[in-house]
Ligand binder design. Structure first.
Ligand code: 5AD
Ligand code: SF4
Length: 440
């Protein structure tokens, strides 16, 4: 039997696409290899959101090329967003690549890899014609699943390559989504994460045939027996309407956690980014969310060093971070992407300034995250057990409804929902013990 190995870069959408890629390769009769060195088919599911994943990929492909020189039968396939952005240039840069495919072409991958995994086609890019969601998937955990609700993105954020590589937004039909969620629940899945580039605009393109919105979808998923936790990512602040907020507040399974990308706290920069909200609208949304959903945890994405960002603009970002007090934040240095509007802007910020700003931002973000987590000490949190702690094999690891990782002493098993008493906190994790044990 031939063996495959899939290496995944980038976001949860990519991680989910990789499950479909694995499912497809298994339907071709391939088995999973334990390491890339021992595989007959290597698949790289790439990301191109910033320059860093591009450089990491180059290093991975360097290794793959060396293995292929020793074993010419080795099939190398490159998929995902970098492949889509590069198209034919990918084969010029990496001539040893056998198969290349964009994120819209996963349904065709089996034809190109060929029965038995021999690599028959040079590659096809971005037809975006059908949902990979309909394909078989190989899930990492039996009790957690991603569910794709849409593909593509209609926003025009000036920094972002995603619309160029993932195409226009297409929503999956509600009936198909709910049928998948029901099937997952029947297989024992307790937690689902609904995935879309902008989940809050889900459904708009289905009108007039279907009139619905993301709030309705949350309610329909909440009604599925066995689904205990619902998460979603990512919502765009510009499309966060009342019905969705009400659904988050009223659905028992929808978790008290929203990832709400801020990007910048300066209205001037937000405008240049084409985010279509300003600082005050963002802050007002945070207030509405917190009023509606008690104990809500907020995460965010922030970019520093967008073209034209002055010291004053950056201070405005720090100010919003202090005002909102996010539970967690992903912080990024602006990285120009060829073909995007911002890459062509004249007033690029010097590298050393970007780095200084990132450092200053990370310090504030981490301090606040630690303080936020410390506020949980002494509380009981419901934890979905995911496995053994990464740092201490004597402990278990799981996540709270508010999406914080907890390492704890206990006897529960992966997939269990247990109450944990929080005893200590850092900026990224909590630790504690099962409530049942703490009582004794
Ligand atoms: N440079 C830096 N960060 C970026 N992001 C998207 N494009 C870029 C870029 N060109 C960040 C945004 C987005 C997250 C997924 O990646 O913050 O929300
Ligand atoms: Fe995900 Fe964007 Fe990276 Fe593509 S480019 S994998 S959509 S983060």
């Amino acid at each position: 039997m031939k063996r495959y190995y899939v290496t995944t870069f980038g976001c949860q959408m990519n991680a989910h696409d990789s499950e479909r890629i694995k499912g497809m390769l298994e339907s071709l009769g391939l088995g999973e290899a334990t390491s890339p060195e021992s595989a007959d088919v290597l698949v790289y599911n790439t990301c191109t959101i910033r320059e860093k994943p591009d450089t990491r990929l180059a290093a991975y492909l360097g290794n793959a090329a060396a293995w292929k020189r020793e074993r010419p039968d080795l099939v190398i396939a490159v998929g995902g967003c970098y492949a889509e952005a590069q198209r034919e240039a990918l084969f010029e840069r990496y001539p040893f690549v056998d198969v290349a495919f964009g994120p819209g072409s996963i349904p065709h991958l089996a034809e190109w890899i060929g029965a038995g995994g021999v690599g028959v086609a040079r590659g096809r890019f971005g037809s975006h014609d059908s949902f990979a969601a309909e394909l078989p998937a190989r899930r990492e955990r039996r009790f957690q699943a991603w569910v794709q609700v849409s593909m593509g993105c209609n926003s025009a954020c000036a920094y972002c390559i995603v619309p160029a590589v993932r195409g226009r937004e297409q929503s999956r039909r509600p009936g198909e989504i709910v049928a998948e969620v029901s099937a997952l629940a029947a297989q024992g899945v307790k937690e689902i994460t609904l995935l879309g580039q902008n989940v809050n605009s889900w459904g708009r393109d289905l009108a007039p045939a279907v009139r619905t919105d993301f709030g309705e979808l949350l309610r329909a998923c909440d009604a599925v027996e066995g689904i205990e936790r619902i998460r979603f990512t990512s919502p765009h602040p510009k499309d966060f309407r009342e019905p969705v907020i009400a659904a988050i507040a009223e659905c028992a399974a929808v978790c008290e956690h929203v990832h709400l990308p801020l990007q910048s706290g300066s209205s001037r920069i937000l405008k240049r980014m084409r985010r279509t909200y300003d600082r005050d609208r963002y802050l007002a949304l945070v207030e509405r969310l917190r009023d509606a959903v008690p104990d809500l945890a907020l995460g965010t994405d922030i970019i520093v060093g967008f073209p034209g960002e002055s010291d004053e603009d950056f201070l405005a970002t720090l100010e919003v971070v202090e005002l909102v007090r996010f539970e967690s934040a992903f912080t990024f240095i602006y990285s120009p992407r060829a073909g995007t509007e911002a890459a062509a802007m004249a007033d690029q910020v010097p590298e050393h300034v970007k780095h200084e700003r990132l450092e200053a931002l990370v310090e504030v973000v981490q301090r606040i995250a630690r303080e936020r987590n410390e506020e949980r000490i002494g509380r009981v949190e419901e934890v979905l057990v995911e496995g053994v702690s990464r740092t201490d094999p004597g402990r278990l690891r799981g996540r709270t409804r508010r999406n914080t990782t907890v390492n704890f002493v206990g006897t529960a098993r992966p997939g269990d929902l247990v109450d944990v008493v929080v005893e200590a906190a850092s900026s990224t994790t909590l630790s504690g013990r099962e409530a049942a044990l703490a009582v004794v």
